[in-house]
Write a protein that binds this ligand. Structure first.
Ligand code: ATP
Ligand code: MG
Length: 486
């Protein structure tokens, strides 16, 4: 959280109306370069913008984080609304922008790259745009790539990242030295939580050196685990593509005796993809996510549930998020605590582990042979191009970032808050991740749709109830509450 949120003075004649208004503002270049000159936004000459004057946002336009508030309660946290402003702090022919992509793949990265390039060029007439190849280390170990609308014209139809990516290799000093040497003055950084922390460091160093360089982050995570924003790009595409794997599993298990299908989906710390893919499909019998710990043995455990469904339907499909059940796998498999080049803990592969556990248990303990079909489509999902809705979303993200940088904002990320795009301080999206709340309605809807065990104990429930009385759908949970494990 930003240390000094701007608390705007009450201007209204009715003081109660502005009570508790907090603007969590993003930094602006003039904070440390007070003499910086501004210019009229070149978009003012465009017909579309002349016709629709309201397309410009003013520095007064803000977006509320909480859309539902009680009468007389504080208005709460707001963010600056994204969009073109009447004043810009760069002359178009003096802009030298660069784009870098870091971390894992996600559908839509290429659309974001394309739309930053086209947005800068078509809206602001910027011609000098560089691609930094292979992530952060590309700043100091690679030549740059010249980007233009022509070069990126078709890339949104492909998966992956046109600029390639890497993990590790963030050296703030070397990166900012390079930004300075190459006379870059706008830096667009596309990547996950690690990448955005790196972007914050670049911004701090740029500020320390007093450079006129705008640093804009575009948050990327297929898991939809970014705090504050409504949804991350690539998420809808992932849920859509997951349907194909779930369908395949369903076809397989329907065709054999005692068919058990397991589909592993992305979700290291949050189970949004698994939850939404399950809700969309209707072929899933059980969804396991990191937020809801499950158990195998005993009354109300997974094995009992599998047997029940096999007896009822002859087959079942389980959707498993990759971060689910890590505590069990760690106890069984000897390999915990390995890390990747960026220092992220590597997860143990829960898919094969769970498949084996189920097979062993049913053949040995229940004398019931199961036909196990295990599908891991995770790399295939990450690699596809984004679907139409994500393409539109990626375009808005890219254009918001471009408008923000041109307007002189820096050290910010972009994303929709209650469906309006906003500029958000980087720290707000890196300090906390978004997870599925077991007490929210969506998880209750999932339990209602699959009729799977909730795996919650009465203890979990009483704790949760005290936390979230408002949204807690009690009747649902008690309905699905099964006896506790022995
Ligand atoms: P994903 O969630 O897809 O893995 P990510 O952005 O979190 O994406 P990482 O591999 O963790 O992926 O990080 C990407 C880049 O950010 C790497 O180059 C890494 O060196 C850098 N980075 C990670 N954490 C930090 C940090 N705390 N400070 C500075 N740079 C960081
Ligand atoms: Mg990460």
């Amino acid at each position: 959280r930003q240390k000094n949120p701007v608390i705007r003075a009450t201007s209204s004649s009715n003081p109660a109306q502005n009570d508790g208004f907090v603007l969590e503002d993003v930094p602006h270049l003039t904070d440390f370069l007070p003499d910086l000159q501004s210019y009229p936004n070149p978009l003012q000459k465009r017909q579309a913008y002349v016709m629709f004057k309201k397309n410009f946002v003013t520095p007064e336009d803000v977006v509320a984080q909480n859309i539902v508030i009680q009468k007389d309660s504080p208005r709460g946290v707001h963010f600056r609304r994204a969009g073109p402003q009447e004043k810009v702090y760069f002359k178009s022919d003096e802009v030298r922008a660069c784009i870098v992509t870091c971390g894992g793949l996600c559908p839509g990265i290429n659309t974001v790259i394309r739309e930053i390039v086209c947005g800068l060029n078509y809206m602001y007439g910027v011609e000098d745009i560089l691609g930094i190849e292979e992530g952060y280390r590309g700043f100091y170990s690679k030549n740059t790539l010249k980007l233009s609308p022509k070069v990126v014209n078709d890339i949104h139809k492909r998966g992956g990242t046109f600029l390639r990516t890497s993990r590790g290799g963030h050296d703030t000093q070397k990166i900012v030295d390079n930004i300075q040497d190459r006379e870059i003055n706008q830096v667009y950084i596309i990547g996950g939580d690690g990448t955005q922390k790196g972007a914050a460091r670049i911004y701090e160093e740029v500020k320390k050196r007093g450079l006129q360089v705008a640093v804009a982050g575009i948050p990327k995570t297929i898991d939809n685990d970014i705090a504050v924003i409504d949804k991350s790009f690539g998420f809808d595409t992932a849920v859509e593509e997951a349907q194909r794997a779930i369908n395949a599993a369903h076809v397989e298990v329907e065709s054999v005796e005692n068919g058990v299908g397991i589909v592993k989906l992305m979700g290291r710390y949050s189970g949004f993809i698994a939850m939404y893919a399950t809700l969309a499909s209707r072929d899933v019998d059980c969804c396991l996510i990191p937020e809801s710990s499950f158990y195998l043995e005993g009354k109300g455990g997974l094995f009992d549930f599998i047997e029940e469904r096999l007896k009822e339907n002859g087959h079942l499909v389980i959707v498993l998020a990759e971060g689910a059940g890590q505590e069990y796998v760690a106890a069984d498999v000897h390999a915990a605590n390995e890390k990747d080049a960026s220092g992220n803990r590597l997860l143990l592969d829960v898919g094969p582990w769970l498949s084996q556990k189920i097979k062993d248990h049913f053949t040995q303990d229940r004398k019931m042979a199961v036909n196990m079909k295990y599908i891991d489509p995770t790399y295939m999902i990450r690699a596809i191009p984004s679907i139409a809705s994500d393409n539109i979303y990626c375009t808005l993200l890219a254009h918001s970032a471009v408008h923000g940088a041109m307007a002189g904002y820096t050290g910010f990320t972009v994303g929709p808050v209650n469906s309006k795009h906003a500029y958000i301080p980087i720290a707000r999206v890196t300090e906390k991740t978004n997870t599925v709340q077991l007490t929210d309605r969506m998880w209750a809807r999932l339990l209602a749709s699959t009729n799977q065990p909730s795996f919650l104990t009465s203890n979990d429930l009483t704790q949760e109830i005290t936390v979230d009385k408002e949204t807690f759908p009690l009747d649902f949970f008690f309905h699905f509450l099964r006896p506790q494990p022995p």
